[in-house]
Design a protein around this ligand. Structure first.
Ligand code: HEC
Ligand code: HEC
Length: 399
């Protein structure tokens, strides 16, 4: 009898050990750590509109931009649209190291999720608004190789599209070739500006911490909690990847090679500032609706030698979906990126400012924890926003 009872107790204990799910616990985050974690939210942030874009937020403009995004006729040979390199099922990136238009480009296509919450566009920040960013791919010979003249003729020859342009831009619609280019870009910017991703496992954890709900917070995986502790602490990632976007919106040098091909380098931010200041499509230019403070960042940007070889600090939201990584896709996996920071080569750091980075000496387990954390930033679904009805007096256009 006793023997049987002991056996049963033993079995029960064994079952408990084997069968129970891993104990959900919350790490003992210090008040300072909690505060740093909270800075990465809440999500989504307050709604933002594409800077300097007079039609941003207008339902008719958003609907027009959505059509244009998928329309290959925007390229004169009818083969390329925005969607060729920004694929919805790939988080609006393209999964290639470097994008291919009519030729292979020097850079990797970034995700378009949450782009409206960035300060600068392109890896070098050569543009200061979503709409002006679209002008590059529309016109570059390597990309869609179009022009204002091509776009104007295309829209004028398509009654449904022409009606929609008039709906959005009124009497000014398609006034001349350059206006047609700008208006196409503004409609595209209005739509891309609505792409805000939903909430991730990290966001649920962060909000549970914020309201002091230890039980809900404990549901966040342990390895991700340890990785987050490294991210905001010893690994110093959050020095640059900070705020709700996991980016400080600026540019930095993390010691990666920046050769386009032997003997040719990508000047990064240095080239970006030069191009931004020379562009008539920037926030200070004649097509921008930005007034007052809205163009301050562009007015005050200054070219410095250290900008050479700096690239934008990318947002890490949905980063697990957008391999390969870095401005030219030179690292294939997130594990490769973590290893890069772990074993950083200080001699490669060329800009003078990055005193933040040093080899981290992480254990294999710690590298795994960082990876587990990065994977909790995934949320490929759109953030739900109330749909805006068409504006008053909007005319109906043929389908
Ligand atoms: C041939 C491939 C290709 C096509 C076509 C293309 N893009 Fe891109 N896109 C890229 C690449 C590569 C970058 C990074 C550019 C850089 O760093 O200068 C980029 C960057 C962007 C960005 C900035 C994102 C960020 O985080 O900085 C936006 C916005 C964007 N594209 C929108 C568009 C729109 C709108 C269209 C259609 C007019 C379009 N793209 C067409 C490849 C492409
Ligand atoms: C000094 C600022 C800085 C620090 C610190 C930093 N990063 Fe970055 N991070 C960048 C920049 C800049 C890039 C883009 C570099 C490029 O494309 O050449 C980048 C790229 C990345 C990417 C690739 C994202 C993509 O879409 O291609 C990941 C992932 C990443 N960092 C994670 C981390 C982690 C994890 C840490 C901490 C171990 C960290 N970063 C520390 C500035 C920083």
């Amino acid at each position: 009898m006793v023997g049987v009872r002991a056996l049963c107790a033993g079995l029960a204990a064994l079952l408990l050990l084997v069968g129970s799910p891993a104990q959900a616990t919350l790490l003992d985050f210090s008040p300072a750590e909690r505060q740093r974690i909270l800075q990465h939210g809440p999500w989504p942030p307050p709604p933002a509109l594409d800077a300097g874009n007079a039609v941003a937020g207008r339902p008719e403009a958003i609907a027009l931009g959505q059509r244009l995004f998928f329309d290959v006729r925007l390229s004169p040979d009818g083969t390329l649209a925005c969607v060729s390199c920004h694929v919805p099922s790939l988080a609006f990136a393209d999964g290639r190291p470097r994008s291919t238009g009519r030729e292979t480009l020097a850079r990797n296509a970034p995700s378009l999720w949450n782009a409206v919450h960035q300060r600068w566009y392109g890896w070098d920040g050569a543009t200061d608004s979503l709409w002006s960013q679209a002008i590059g791919p529309l016109t570059h010979a390597q990309e869609m190789a179009g022009s204002g003249a091509h776009l104007r003729a295309l829209v004028q020859g398509d009654a449904a599209l022409a009606c929609r342009f008039r709906q959005v831009f009124g009497a000014d619609a398609l006034r001349d070739d350059e206006t047609a280019l700008v208006q196409t870009a503004q409609a595209l910017g209005a739509w891309v500006g609505t792409l805000v991703s939903g909430r991730s496992a990290f966001d649920r954890f962060r909000d549970a911490l914020a309201r002091g709900d230890a039980r809900a917070a404990a549901a966040y995986p342990q390895d991700a909690q340890r990785g987050l502790r490294l991210f905001i602490g010893r690994a110093r990632c959050a020095t640059c990847h900070t705020g709700p976007m996991f980016s400080n919106g600026e540019f930095a040098d993390i010691g990666v090679p920046f050769f386009v091909r032997p003997g040719v380098v990508d000047p990064g931010r240095h080239g970006g500032i030069t191009a931004l200041q020379a562009s008539r499509f920037n926030l200070l230019g004649p097509y921008s609706s930005a007034r007052g403070d809205a163009a301050t960042k562009t007015r005050h940007v200054e070219l410095q030698h250290r900008n050479f070889g700096e690239f934008k600090v990318p947002s890490l939201r949905n980063v697990a979906l957008t391999a390969p990584y870095l401005h030219d896709g030179q690292l294939a996996t997130l594990a490769d990126v973590v290893r890069h920071y772990d074993q950083i080569n200080l001699e490669r750091l060329h800009a003078d400012g990055e005193r933040i980075l040093e080899p981290l000496g992480l254990s294999e387990g710690e590298r795994g924890d960082l990876l587990a954390f990065l994977q909790t930033l995934t949320s490929p679904n759109a953030s739900t926003r109330p749909a805006t009805p068409p504006g008053p007096g909007s005319r109906r256009c043929p389908a």
